[in-house]
Design a protein around this ligand. Structure first.
Ligand code: FE
Length: 236
């Protein structure tokens, strides 16, 4: 049997994986970046085959990884995690740099950066596993790394459908009744007196409460940046 809940006990960090095709910079969020050997310094990362970033890595044979800090805002994670690089310049609103191989990497809210040359690409079903050698690494900042557990439990983060750890049977944090982010914790502790109106982002599943008459016109999803008209009314 496969008990999907078993996968929830695996721990990981959150990383931005970036590359480019010509002038177009690509990037996405993963929790699958990992050091697997010390000499030569070797890392792996798996990316969904449908990602624009995946296509860029297949073309250039290179990528950069930024280790996200715990203080990374959901807007940054949402931009890289819930949009496609095919139609969004994800680097437009964040600080970034370029390595000696011309690969862009995000410096904002990063603890470290690695530049990787891919040595092997393995087909693992929905994803490609890229094995590569680290050619550059640097410390970008201090603080605690953002773990996937912290992202879910404290930041109220969701798992996009193309993530390697996505659970097609549904995860608690991806449901309409998901535990709210820390900022909303007080409201959730109030005794239930009946159903409440809430608004669910149809892109990332984020649930906003507290607007029974409708979201403000300029409201955007704090996770993925989707505008108000991408929210549907639900009762919880
Ligand atoms: Fe959203």
């Amino acid at each position: 049997m496969i008990d999907r809940k078993a996968f929830r006990s695996l721990s990981s960090g959150l990383y931005l994986i970036t590359s480019h095709v010509g002038d177009r910079k690509m990037g996405c969020v993963v929790n699958t970046f990992l050091q697997v050997a010390s000499e030569p310094p070797t890392v792996t990362v798996s990316l969904n085959k449908d990602n624009a970033t995946t296509a860029a890595i297949l073309e250039t044979g290179r990528y950069a990884a930024t280790v996200l800090s715990q203080d990374a805002p959901m807007e940054l994670i949402g931009t890289f995690g819930f949009h496609t690089s095919a139609d969004t310049d994800k680097f437009a609103a964040c600080e970034y740099s370029v390595d000696s191989a011309d690969i862009p990497y995000v410096t904002a809210h990063g603890l470290a950066h690695f530049s990787v040359r891919v040595t092997e690409t393995i087909d693992v079903g929905t994803h490609y596993l890229f094995v590569g050698t680290v050619e550059e690494s640097e410390v970008l900042g201090t603080g605690d790394p953002l773990t996937y557990a912290y992202y879910h439990a404290v930041k109220g983060g969701k798992t996009p459908a193309k993530a390697a750890s996505y659970n097609p049977e549904g995860d608690p944090e991806n449901s309409a009744a998901a535990a709210p982010a820390a900022a909303d914790a007080a409201a959730s502790e109030a005794p239930a007196t009946g159903k409440r109106v809430a608004w669910r982002c149809m892109i990332c599943g984020y649930v906003e409460e507290g607007y029974p008459d409708g979201l403000p016109e300029d409201f955007v999803c704090p996770i993925c940046g989707a505008p108000r008209d991408m929210f549907e009314r639900i009762e919880i």
